[in-house]
Design a protein around this ligand. Sequence first.
Ligand SMILES: N[C@@H](CCC(=O)N[C@@H](CS)C(=O)NCC(=O)O)C(=O)O
Length: 210
Amino acid sequence: MRGDSSGMRVWGRRNSSNVAKVLWTLDELGLAHERIDLGGPFGGNDDPAYRALNPNGRIPTLQDGDLVLWESNAIVRYLAARHGAGGLWPAEPGPRALSDRWMDWVSINLVPPFLAYRRLLDQPEAARDAAAFAREEATVLHLFAIVEAALQPGPFILGERLTIGDIVLGPPVHRFLKGGGAGRDWPRLAACHAALRERSAFRAHVAAAL
Ligand SMILES: N[C@@H](CCC(=O)N[C@@H](CS)C(=O)NCC(=O)O)C(=O)O
């Protein structure tokens, strides 16, 4: 399970947004790695050898030599700090914090209501709890409006350069627009999405997987 110390390993199925963030980051940084399918239909979450690496039994997990790391945002920060200084990882603390804050915001503020909204959206309209759907949709509209306003001047969250904040915003922006953007126009989200889709690493690990 631990492998050798020469290359990086990632455990996790490709169609998990938390795994996608890590694979996208590795690819943006040009870092070779081996990926092992785990989780969802592949199972393995409760294997003792995997639990020894990640006691949560969740994905992703990264191994880089002797370092074993779980929590996707911590993995993205680690890779960016180590290999993307001045690029994905802004050198100055101020700009870095302005990008980094979206990592917390996405996990805490956006993901829980967005998951609830998508679950309801996937249900046939006749079977759906209309009041719950209206409530979740209003929350999600409010949250994406915050992102829309922040993408100024764009196309990325700090402007011209892709940084860590975009890595966490990319998957939900992609899923939201792919799902129709709740029938509204989102010019800055759309411009951001177009700029992301110009990147082969985003196309391979987010657009093709989620
Ligand atoms: N906060 C954790 C969440 C990890 C998590 O819940 N991952 C999900 C996939 S997105 C998972 O492991 N689900 C069980 C599975 O896929 O088998 C992280 O960001 O790494």
